[in-house]
Design a protein around this ligand. Sequence first.
Ligand code: ZN
Length: 271
Amino acid sequence: MIEENIYENYSIDFKEKYSTNKKAYYFIFNNRREIYLQNDTQIPLFNQEDLKEFDLDFQLYIGTYKNKEIIVANTTSDRTNFHTLFELYDINHEEYQMATRAVLIRDWYMTHKYCGNCGTKTVIDIKDMMLICPECGQMHYPKIAPAIIVAINNNGKLLMAKHSYHHTSRYALIAGYVEPGESIEDAVHREVKEEVNINIKNLQYVKSQSWPFPNSLMLGFIADYDSGEIKVDGEEILDAKWFKLEEIKIPPSDISISSWLINNFITTHSR
Ligand SMILES: [Zn+2]
């Protein structure tokens, strides 16, 4: 996962319907949330002339990146050279990090053109980067869904479970969305209880990660086993067990906080 601060090379700002005559970084997405890369390798520095062939739906200015203006755009045209965000991560970690913000702003802007409460066309509030309904006043902010993920230790062994929604037979850490009304800590205890029927203790927050698939903020925890027998429902969770260090398979990509937590577990318990 990326651990650098996103603001290292980025200054936050926002304007709607912005266009510049200078060359700017263009984060252009298609309707499959794939991103355009020039020569399949880099985020393009474009001026308005370069954009003619793209048929953009909108251009949102979201600040400056490496001392250039940065624009988020969407196109319905189905040209080549678009890549998934996972592919971008493999090509350039830093640009991927910027794209995780860009894609969430794109999603918000595209899905809140009309008020979900009364159906009226929304208008922009530049100061707050918010779409507001002029009729009923409903405010529509970018949507981020908090989710938890936890590495549970039992005398140097790591708990991992096999979810039915994974097509491969991969074992993964316990994870899930935070429910309305509960604290993040409540969410961890509940998910663990629901998925594998055990109780945990010494719950400790470690770090977090923006995970735009589709719009999560992953909050990573470590914890120790407390009590109870592993029991799975056989539907959502097919199996769960304690893995010795040498049995743990390192995830093929290091993009996620999950792989960070697994690697951290191995490092901590190898000592
Ligand atoms: Zn409304």
